[in-house]
Design a protein around this ligand. Structure first.
Ligand code: ADP
Ligand code: GN1
Ligand code: MG
Length: 396
């Protein structure tokens, strides 16, 4: 990331510069479409002041490529350059952001203690919650928005796709480390921040309801293809939930969203050093995590590609991710867990395609989009990935 020298600017020149930068950030973030740009400028300045009153001249940039929250990188300079992550929690998705922060505390405290008792033999970081001047974990503004600040994991970088086998093993290692470090955290200590999240049959119902309402009457070969894939995979939607209710797969702590760009790499060693986006950490099946990690990691074209017909599931990357995962997860992974891995990737890939498609039909109310057909294209990518996966066998 480009660092900006702050000192030579006068206060007013700095303010003009920052305003331009923020307007640019606002343009980049589609979620900001509803914000008045002037308000956004003032809002960001006052929110930063609550978390870092000592920061004099600040620089703020839109950051990352998350689909849910609005994320900013905030930096300033005193004796050295300092920075943190500032996020506006999407409260249309998370109706009780205070519970999201409560879970994050529970998770952070647990993992910090565990690492203190039995340290890993390599770098592993937790994003620290930075409190407001009043000592709170988040700031609720008068207009009902929720903001939080997290320490920036130093010298780190995330990637939207995996480009080599070592990276793939590291992605697996990162998820394994998350499961390992939470294997003794009682799942019931975590609250459910997003009801229905990863309950695939519920997404199927939502799709059926949206279709029944008939709000979107568009037709195209792509839309027909999506309906057809969903029709063909009705049974698949129940597979993991059935395994859960029959007790074949136990409830454990799951991350909920371990896609590749939520894993951070050290820019020098190129090793995975953290897993972020802890909003959906809760009691659930680790198979949703394994499935999601493989779904996102084994799609070299990336989930945002427009060339959806070229999308394929890369079995070699899959083996690398799994070998990195197993290296640390072998202590708790059972034979039955292993037996469900292939199906877990199918379920979660189908589920995400279904979620994107339903959101497209419903008018793009959940995921951030940059254009009206964005979610349609994303669903085509997932459905094509699913077909590619189903045309291959997962070898152990
Ligand atoms: P969203 O829910 O919108 O995906 P995330 O919490 O994943 O939001 O944040 C967006 C991106 O910002 C992440 O994918 C990651 O690349 C980056 N990021 C988030 N938290 C940190 C952090 N503490 N340090 C460094 N980068 C971070
Ligand atoms: C969202 O927030 P982000 O971009 O890391 C979504 C995931 C999806 C993912 C697809 C809370 O993740 O479930 O798999 O988009 N997160 C939530 O890119 O819905
Ligand atoms: Mg994210």
């Amino acid at each position: 990331m480009r660092r900006v020298a702050l000192q030579p600017f006068s206060k007013s020149l700095w303010s003009t510069f920052l305003k331009a930068r923020l307007q640019q950030a606002a343009l980049q973030l589609n979620a900001m479409a509803n914000d008045n740009k002037e308000n956004l400028f003032d809002k960001l300045k006052s929110v930063v002041a609550e978390f870092a009153p000592q920061a004099q001249a600040i620089d703020i940039q839109a950051f990352g490529s998350g689909n849910i929250n609005d994320t900013f990188w905030v930096s300033w300079e005193d004796t050295e350059i300092r920075s943190f992550i500032l996020q506006r929690i999407n409260h249309r998705v998370f109706s009780e952001p205070q519970l999201v922060m409560q879970n994050m505390r529970t998770y952070n405290d647990h993992v910090r203690d565990r690492l203190a008792k039995s340290p890993l033999d390599r770098r592993w970081e937790l994003p620290q919650i930075l409190t407001t001047a009043q000592g709170l974990d988040y700031l609720q503004t008068e207009d009902g928005e929720f903001w939080r600040s997290l320490s920036f994991i130093a010298n780190s970088k995330s990637y939207d796709t995996i480009t080599n086998p070592q990276q793939a093993r590291e992605v697996g290692y990162a998820l394994g480390t998350f499961h390992h470090l939470t294997s003794d955290l009682v799942p019931e200590k975590l609250v459910d921040t997003l009801q229905g999240f990863h309950i695939t049959p519920i997404y199927l119902q939502q799709y059926q309801q949206v279709v029944a309402k008939g709000r979107n009457t568009q037709t195209s070969p792509e839309i027909t293809y999506c309906h057809k894939i969903i029709e063909q995979h009705q049974k698949l939607a129940h597979l993991l939930e059935d395994a859960k209710s029959s007790g074949k797969l136990p409830l454990r702590v799951m991350h909920g969203d371990p896609k590749v760009n939520n894993i951070l790499f050290d820019q020098e060693t190129l090793l995975a050093v953290s897993i972020v986006d802890l909003d959906t950490v809760k009691s659930g099946l680790i198979h949703y995590d394994i499935g999601d990690c493989l779904r996102s990691g084994c799609n070299p074209a990336g989930e945002e590609t427009r060339k959806w017909q070229d999308v394929r599931f890369d079995m070699d990357l899959c083996q690398e991710i799994l070998s990195g995962y197993r290296a640390i997860a072998n202590s708790f992974l059972t034979k039955t867990d292993e037996d469900y891995i292939y199906d877990a990737v199918r379920v979660i890939t189908f589920e995400l395609g279904l979620r994107f498609f339903t959101d497209f039909l419903a008018g793009n109310i959940y995921f951030h989009v940059k254009y009206p057909e964005h979610n349609l294209l994303r669903s085509l990518v997932q459905f094509r990935l699913l077909e590619s996966l189903e045309s291959q066998q997962l070898t152990k």
